[in-house]
Design a protein around this ligand. Structure first.
Ligand SMILES: [Zn+2]
Length: 428
């Protein structure tokens, strides 16, 4: 098959940024692609992930880098702002902290949704880079001070103490933060979801409107860079301590909720739980432990914010008002499912960080707990959100979740309790 197809007559006038032809990636491009041996013991044996769009004979994956931002990259190229051939200059971009390698990196099936070597490509694939392969980091590790009003309030009220090491007198928490882009090894991702690889490939192809033809034409390419959001891990204390089961680990795995996390919307407990977890993490680090908040871009139970707001309206307008007994049903009416977060891939980052034991899991979610323990990580204690941090309008969500099996050390609301309207009306 020809690797390049002539442009059709409807193509607009060529711009310097756009090539005059469409480059199909659905056929093998000849020589030069380095094979990937997923979960191999060393980076050299594993081989680099090459998602470049310029030298297609080097590609050994389906999709391109940057997750959902690959589309913005395309816009930058289309508008002429970015040269498609731009290669990242990785000078001084190396991780601030060494993470791994850990035994989990090469244990079969442990890590299937990220590239364990993604932070250190400039180092471990220096030879391949020198040979002209365009290899990009899919993980970046840096350090930061995070300043949150809730932490300052905790400091002022005496719940937290400044030590100049983990927490400054001004209320800034010192963290190592790690950004991770998704890299999926399709055979094992399919296993996690209990389907065949062929079915996973076909459905991914169909449900993205045919966006990645190689999903169905290139069964030899087993790694997919999906156009979705990734995650950020915030580490309080020494990142190396995460892998030591004898050091107390306080951890929360948090799914994005822009409305609450950023804008303080009071219909759910997301931000109060997140900031409570950060407070717990700082206290844990100060006790000689280490803390971790892993933040996943899975807005609105991965249904997206439009669906989420539609559900809010449906909940608040239903006859009888916003009640816990209808909480999941209203989501299901709009979205078809209660939840699309599927925690199956979530524990990968924990395994990547070398974690074997979480002493204090700051989460009430049974789905997260089950996924973590299924991934071979021990959970000693689960920490629920303190009553006083639950906004009034979020009591509906809290009651519904506890009735559905979320962890609580207190009483589970009964049927009569669940029928009480507790959410505010839309005009209130
Ligand atoms: Zn929320």
């Amino acid at each position: 098959m020809p690797s390049e197809v002539a442009a059709k007559s409807f193509e607009p006038a060529p711009s310097p940024a756009a090539p005059h032809h469409i480059r199909l990636t659905s056929h093998t491009g000849g020589h030069g692609a380095i094979p990937i041996h997923w979960a191999a013991a060393t980076a050299t044996e594993r081989g680099p992930v090459v998602g470049t769009t310029t030298k297609r004979s080097h590609r050994n994956v389906i999709g391109t880098h940057s997750g959902s931002y690959s589309i913005y990259r395309a816009l930058a190229v289309a508008s002429g702002a970015l040269k498609a051939s731009h290669k990242a200059d990785l000078t001084n971009t190396a991780p601030t902290n060494v993470i791994g390698p850990y035994p989990q990196w090469s244990e079969p099936g442990r890590i299937v949704a990220m590239d364990p070597w993604g932070a250190t490509v400039a180092d471990v694939f220096a030879n391949e880079l020198a040979a002209g392969y365009d290899i990009r980091p899919t993980i970046a590790v840096t350090q930061a001070h995070v300043i949150l009003p809730e932490v300052i309030e905790a400091l002022q009220s005496g719940r937290l103490k400044a030590d100049g090491r983990f927490l400054t007198a001004g209320g800034a928490a010192m963290v190592t933060k790690v950004a991770v882009e998704p890299v999926w090894f399709l055979p094992e991702v399919a296993k996690r979801f209990g389907c065949t690889e062929a079915d996973l490939r076909r459905v991914l192809f169909e449900e993205t409107g045919g966006m990645y033809p190689e999903l169905v034409t290139r069964s030899d390419l087993e790694v997919f860079l999906p156009p979705i959001g990734g995650l950020t891990a915030y580490i309080f204390g020494n990142p190396r301590d995460l892998a030591n089961p004898d050091i107390e680990l306080t951890a929360r795995v948090h799914d994005e909720c822009n409305g609450s996390d950023v804008f303080g919307s009071d219909i759910c407990t997301c931000r109060p739980y997140l900031t409570h977890a950060i407070e717990e993490c700082i206290q844990g680090a100060q006790r000689g432990g280490v803390g971790l908040v892993s933040y996943f871009r899975k807005e609105g139970r991965a249904l997206g914010e439009v669906t989420k707001f539609l559900v809010y309206n449906a909940r608040k307008r239903q006859i009888g008002g916003d009640t816990a007994d209808q909480y999941f049903a209203r989501t299901e009416c709009v979205a078809g499912v209660q939840d699309m977060r599927f925690q199956e891939l979530m524990p990968d980052v924990l395994n990547w960080l070398g974690i074997r034991k979480i002493h204090r899991l700051v989460s009430m979610s049974n789905m997260k707990y089950d996924a973590i323990t299924r991934a071979g990580i021990e959970v000693v204690q689960r920490i629920n959100i303190p009553e006083g941090l639950i906004p009034a309008d979020a009591q509906v969500e809290m009651d519904a979740k506890m009735a559905a099996g979320y962890f609580t050390p207190g009483a589970v609301p009964d049927a009569a309790e669940l029928k009480k309207a507790k959410g505010r009306g839309l005009d209130a």
